[in-house]
Design a protein around this ligand. Structure first.
Ligand SMILES: *[C@@H]1O[C@H](CO)[C@@H](O)[C@H](O)[C@H]1NC(C)=O
Ligand SMILES: *[C@@H]1O[C@H](CO)[C@@H](O)[C@H](O)[C@H]1NC(C)=O
Ligand SMILES: *[C@@H]1O[C@H](CO)[C@@H](O)[C@H](O)[C@H]1NC(C)=O
Ligand SMILES: *[C@@H]1O[C@H](CO)[C@@H](O)[C@H](O)[C@H]1NC(C)=O
Length: 284
């Protein structure tokens, strides 16, 4: 008996034919609830859209709002291998061909003809300032030519193997882009210098830089961002190892010398410097 009552109670709760209630509510009550939630969610969606819109209004297309992490530009080498190790056997073409290919690919946008077509011939040794005047954007901004022929023996033009075949390899160094960075204070030009680490002092041998003074010319700065300066070509410095000891690991560290770029950040080992390992094996 009690069991039957309970069953009926449930049944009635689900659908009560007397009051025409479904789950304890009339159709109009349910309708109001749906209406309420519909309005509520539309309101939430509207709020989200409005917030997003206002936030996007505060962003500038051309400069990131926050880039404090990049205050010190990182340095990187080409050819770039997984753990910054360049190892090969001089007599074994296959062991260094990939480095040559990588350099060819990396330098192809620096082809003299490409640069002449895309970029502007700037006045060297001073910043190429192209500021906006107030809200009027001075876009697109021009970029300066960096022709691969500047890299002479490391350009791949006169020595298509970049010295890899005779144990005098070229490494190309680039400084990552930082929007607005002016890397030389008081007109000092930033330059790259590389040296052996720790125990490898007498193994590195003589090196030569291209351009000869190892500098990143001031005319390539400041960088205004990908959108404003579409054709920007990062300046490069190449280093050629002329007399390195064969069949041994040589740890090299390259640093930027600029009076306003610190290179001793303990946490970021690529801040203004880069370390790599070189090893050339020879069967002779
Ligand atoms: C220019 O680059 C292309 C590949 O992008 C290459 O095939 C060509 O040989 C290059 N020309 C010169 C003069 O370096
Ligand atoms: C960028 O390069 C293209 C050719 O590739 C050229 O037509 C254009 O004018 C250049 N833009 C600027 C701002 O120099
Ligand atoms: C470095 O060399 C380049 C050309 O090789 C020259 O234009 C530039 O003025 C030199 N910079 C300094 C600081 O000597
Ligand atoms: C090359 O380095 C060796 C020592 O590793 C040295 O004896 C030799 O004189 C150097 N050659 C040149 C041309 O500098």
């Amino acid at each position: 008996m009690a069991k039957d009552d309970k069953k009926n109670e449930w049944k009635e709760f689900f659908w009560n034919p007397r009051t025409r209630e479904f789950c304890g509510r009339t159709a109009s009550s349910w309708g109001l609830i749906f209406l309420f939630y519909l309005a509520f969610y539309i309101f939430l969606a509207g709020l989200f859209t409005l917030t997003m819109y206002v936030m996007l209004l505060t962003l500038d297309d051309n400069t990131p709002t926050y880039q404090d992490r990049l205050a010190t530009p990182g340095m990187m080498i080409r050819p770039r291998s997984e753990d910054l190790e360049i190892t090969y056997t001089k007599e074994n073409t296959e062991s260094w061909d990939m480095y040559v290919q990588a350099l060819n690919r990396f330098l192809s946008p620096y082809n003299d003809s490409v640069q002449e077509q895309k970029n502007h011939e700037c006045t060297p040794d001073k910043y190429f300032i192209q500021d906006d005047s107030g809200n009027v954007k001075n876009n697109p901004k021009r970029s300066c030519q960096f022709k691969r022929s500047i890299l002479e023996d490391c350009s791949g033009l006169y020595d298509r193997y970049y010295g890899y075949n005779d144990g005098k390899p070229c490494i190309i160094i680039k400084l990552n882009r930082v929007i607005g960075m002016l890397p030389g204070k008081d007109g000092q030009t930033p330059s790259v210098s590389c040296g052996p680490r720790a125990d490898d002092t007498d193994k590195m041998g003589e090196v030569v830089y291209f351009p000869r003074n190892g500098t990143f010319n001031l005319m390539y700065y400041p960088y205004y961002g990908k959108k404003a300066q579409v054709n920007y070509s990062q300046p490069l410095v190449a280093i050629k190892f002329l007399n390195m000891t064969l069949n041994t690991d040589i740890n090299v560290e390259c640093k930027i010398n600029a009076n306003n770029i610190p290179t001793n950040n303990e946490r970021d080992k690529f801040a203004g410097r880069v370390s790599f390992k070189l090893r050339i094996n020879s069967r002779n």
